[in-house]
Design a protein around this ligand. Structure first.
Ligand code: ZN
Length: 303
């Protein structure tokens, strides 16, 4: 059988990233478009342009995968809530896609696409069955792979590790709850932990740079956030015992300064045998994970 390529689309609130993706998850070509968030029709006009441009580059593309920012009903493809693209709220994506996309397509939320990309072509490469991705930036996103496939839950809302509650009366969370993992483990939480030790930094990246440079308060702040991350990892390990948990996102510039303490804490909190059979590693695809995953997911609609 000849080699086939697909289109991976990663839609965000500001940009649409499009890529021609090979069978093994390599990005062969990439294009980026600005997104006009004022209407769903304008957003999907850009999606159509991206599909057309990719087909001009490679005439043998067989399918499209699209990662959407927001919560989507996996059965009906209706967007329940898209915090960064409110024009999509309540819209049925198949109605929008059929007008702009002449190829078969797969849809999923962007975090799930990222998890699938990391599972197949990134930190989970070689893993056969179970994998969890945590992406830590402004918030904490993620996705779950079980028995080699994305786990969507009853209607597609599964895979929100950032909103596992680790504190009963903790800080208010963006989701409306309290004490979620995301309130203790995020870029903002890193800066807050640093400031509580008398430091001043504009971003989590800056804290990481200072920590790598040996500044004690920065190292301690990352260790603090890492220990909270470890509580979340322990919950995931005890619940799923995945082969690999990969951690990515903006704060991972901290690398082992964050992941080391997280691993120690998870080791103390989780069942020992379960912990020992789960590898906790850094994600490897960074900002490409969503596009790669969307492209790979598209292969599912052509087989
Ligand atoms: Zn929450």
């Amino acid at each position: 059988m000849s080699t086939t390529h697909t289109i991976g689309l990663d839609l965000g609130g500001t940009f649409l990233k499009a890529g021609v993706v090979s069978e093994d998850g390599t990005i062969l070509e990439r294009i980026r478009y600005a997104v006009d968030p004022s209407s769903a029709e304008k957003v999907f006009k850009t999606v159509g342009e991206a599909v057309g441009a990719c087909r001009d580059i490679d005439r043998c593309l067989v399918a499209v995968g699209l990662g959407i920012p927001g919560i989507m009903d996996h059965g009906t493809h209706v967007i329940m809530n898209s915090p960064n693209l409110h024009c999509l709220d309540g819209r049925a994506l198949d109605d929008l896609m059929k007008d702009v996309c002449p190829l078969p397509y797969a849809l999923d939320n962007d975090a799930n696409c990222g998890a699938y990309g990391e599972f197949v072509a990134g930190a989970g490469r070689g893993t056969t069955g179970s994998f969890v991705l945590l992406t830590i930036g402004t918030g904490v996103g993620g996705g779950i792979i079980l028995d080699g496939a994305l786990w969507h839950g009853a209607r597609g809302f599964a895979g929100e590790p950032g909103h596992v509650v680790i504190e009963r009366d903790g800080r208010p969370c963006n989701c409306g709850g309290r004490g979620c993992l995301e309130t203790r483990v995020s870029a903002g939480a890193v800066v807050a932990a640093y400031e509580s030790r008398g430091g001043r930094a504009a971003s989590a990246e800056e804290v990481a740079r200072r920590a790598h440079g040996g500044e004690g308060a920065a190292v301690e702040a990352l260790a603090d956030v890492g220990r909270d991350l470890g509580l979340g990892l322990a919950a995931i390990i005890n619940l799923l015992n995945p082969e690999v948990i990969a951690v990515g996102g903006g704060v991972m510039g901290a690398g082992e300064l964050l992941l080391g303490p997280a691993r120690v804490e998870a080791g103390v909190r989780a069942f020992r045998a379960s912990f020992l059979s789960t590898r906790i590693v850094e994600a490897t695809l960074q900002n490409d994970a969503g596009m790669v995953g969307a492209g790979l997911m598209a292969r599912g609609v052509i087989q």
